[in-house]
Unconditional design. Structure first.
Length: 149
């Protein structure tokens, strides 16, 4: 992962092309799955972790240049089959939510509330009616308190 993050910075065109090829694969696999199960699916669940405990893994400008075009392709495919879209991403990803909403994201999972900028009350005020927040169980702190009980 570290090498790829460096590649995104040092050689963004190469990183884009690599992600494009990966997206091509997932697009075709998803298309085949959607076609075979036409009318039997409700949600396209996809995911990758875009955040850390303190903030996003990459800058918003790098996200928009290198990441969002590929996510948009997958979302557009899902929407062409009338599917709702649920995106998994751990970490502090609030900065990316407007872009994801713009390309038709319906729900984000999880809401890692102990990370920076992911206070659920603030998120609800800002995104109510625009995005579904699909819960979270804090495995880093809360559940650890119950270990051994």
């Amino acid at each position: 992962m570290e090498k790829f993050l460096i590649l995104m910075y040092d050689e963004p065109d190469l990183a884009y092309r690599l992600m494009e090829r990966i997206c091509d694969f997932f697009w075709e696999v998803s298309r085949r799955m959607f076609e075979v199960s036409k009318g039997k699916l409700d949600i396209f669940f996809t995911g990758d972790d875009y955040g850390t405990q303190q903030g996003p893994l990459i800058s918003l400008s790098m996200w928009r240049k290198l990441i969002i075009p590929h996510i948009k392709r997958l979302y557009s495919l899902a929407k062409s089959y009338s599917l709702k879209i649920m995106q998994h991403s751990c970490g502090s990803v609030e900065v990316f939510l407007p872009d994801l909403i713009e390309i038709d994201l319906d729900a984000i999972e999880p809401v890692q509330v102990r990370t920076r900028e992911m206070d659920i009350e603030r998120l609800l005020k800002k995104y109510r009616g625009k995005l579904i927040f699909h819960g979270s169980i804090d495995t880093q702190y809360t559940l650890r308190q119950f270990r051994g009980r």
